[in-house]
Design a protein around this ligand. Sequence first.
Ligand SMILES: [Zn+2]
Length: 408
Amino acid sequence: MDAADGLMARVEGYRQALVEAQRTLVGIPALGPTNGGQGELAKARVVQGWLEELGLDIQRVDAPDPRVEDGIRPNLVATAPGGDDAARWVLSHLDVVPPGPREEWDSDPWTLRVEGERLYGRGTLDDHAGLLASLFGLRAVLEEGLTPAGRAGLVVVSDEETGSAYGLEHVLETRPDLFTPRDLIVVPDGGDPEGLMIEVAEKSILWLRVEVTGRQVHGSTPDKGVNALYAAARMMVATREMYQRFSLQDPLYHPPMSTFEPTKKEAGVPNVNTIPGRDVFYLDCRVLPQIRLEEVEAALNERFSQIAREQGAQVRISRVQYLPAPPPTPPQAPVVTALARAIQKVRGRPAYPGGVGGGTVAACFRQRGLPAAVWSTWPDTPHVPNEYCELGALVNDTKVFALFFAGL
Ligand SMILES: [Zn+2]
């Protein structure tokens, strides 16, 4: 049996331990204050205990936050010494999103429910799966008596779900010395159900608020007013024209084109018999990095203004979110090839680089010139009721991280 087979066999022995670790984590709700919670400290203490058991060197890079009782948002940086290769990091997060209405869950979201191969509970996938796969992956390397290829690091942060200011952003701002552009950085916080896509790029994000003003009158006399809802509806329909106007496709991304979608709608008049004088809706645009966001804004502005003029209404567009895409991680970057090699060994199928619609925490790394890849086996269950993680996938991902740290 070679070293890779030995590592994978060792990980097989962690199945029950992985389930028990999930049970522990699910039982500690870690909601940030923006989501009405008291933060991540209780969960961080448990995880720190596990990291200490592995004999890792642990540094705390906590962010002060007076909104939580303990006053801090914990961030853990745990490392093991390794060989001469570049350092290998895996970043995961402690916080989870609120479970939403209890009646939409088949069982208590804060109690692990095991049904066959599926582990149900809030956070089991996002991001306990990434946290545990990386932690148990490194554990396998150390218990096999192997030396990691380069320094091996586990970064476990707070505040991923509500902006990262108290999490990864804080770590990168206060400890810029931790990472170098030579390092291999993986973020297991997204991916595809087969665990084959290595996400290296993302689109720019543009969220716009569109406020249409007309003139409110009685429902029986539309001729005396200006129907803002009708004007807004025309604008929403016209938004689809942007798919032709910005029709560039790039096969690296899924989907390959930029997207322009009306999403949120503020409540208008509460009664049927009033012609509304004001309407507010929002657009979520995910734009290929080759296209400048200003061009998209200008095109929407021009088209909406034209419609407003035709309807005798006014329109005001304002930015809600404006995030030009960070430079992509090159598809040939060492982090991608190292991951792809490990995935091929575990899954027996080739992995491929890809781009997504944007908004991953890896952007914090990429904006600083640190090539990060997002990868994990990821069914479409994060942020929904009955979130689950497949035990088999978790075991496989653990094997991939074991091979990744070992450099096999
Ligand atoms: Zn996440």
